[in-house]
Design a binder for this molecule. Sequence first.
Ligand code: TMP
Length: 226
Amino acid sequence: MMQVSEPYEHVSHSLTHAFTLKSNRNYGAGKSSAIAVIESTLIKHGIEYINTREPGGTPLAESLRDMVKSVEHHEKLTEETELLLMYASRSQLLANKILPALAAGKWVIGDRHDLSSRAYQGGGRGFDETIMNTISDITLKGFRPDITLYLDIDPHIGLSRAKARGDLDRIELEKMDFFIRVHNKYRELAEQDDSIITVDAAQAMLTVHEDVEKAVIGFIAKTDKG
Ligand code: TMP
């Protein structure tokens, strides 16, 4: 499984949005256009795949997504609830979609996965490593993606892009301090883990796409599809 992780960006999952990004901006690239590059690289190699997103990706997990992202609650959604909803959604997705697809020989592209929780709930909210490891172990039972592409962007730029795109979700309404903690945690975790490839998302879009494609081709070469 591959995952694409990127802080602060509220982006749609559609190709249309990727084309909009291309026509509107010369610099930078978001998750959806990176995913489009991954998809076209897999297609070129004749690899069958499915797309997933987190939180969400199954009917029940999509309800959890709405719950965790909504700004319309009439009570405070606690940090503990947020953490549990992220992992509840991940559990549904893993059992009902990711594992069956892998068992059927398909590859899985994940728009976010466990790394996002480590960064947002671990780094941003401050849940410690023991708590994060425990809930992650309960949910994932040792499952981990083979490769993660982390689109690294300065939090100030990331947030202004998210704002330019429209409505911010509940988490994107946090203060800059929160996003700086999230960003620091992403970088710390990426440094410690060889399966995480950091792509500088502030580069020209074409360069970002080239970096993404290179990483995917490098990964494919190490598999039986290479
Ligand atoms: P997105 O799918 O549009 O990126 O929105 C997902 C939102 O949820 C975004 O604000 C990041 C946040 N998030 C977490 O806080 N923890 C997680 O584990 C995941 C998957 C997302």
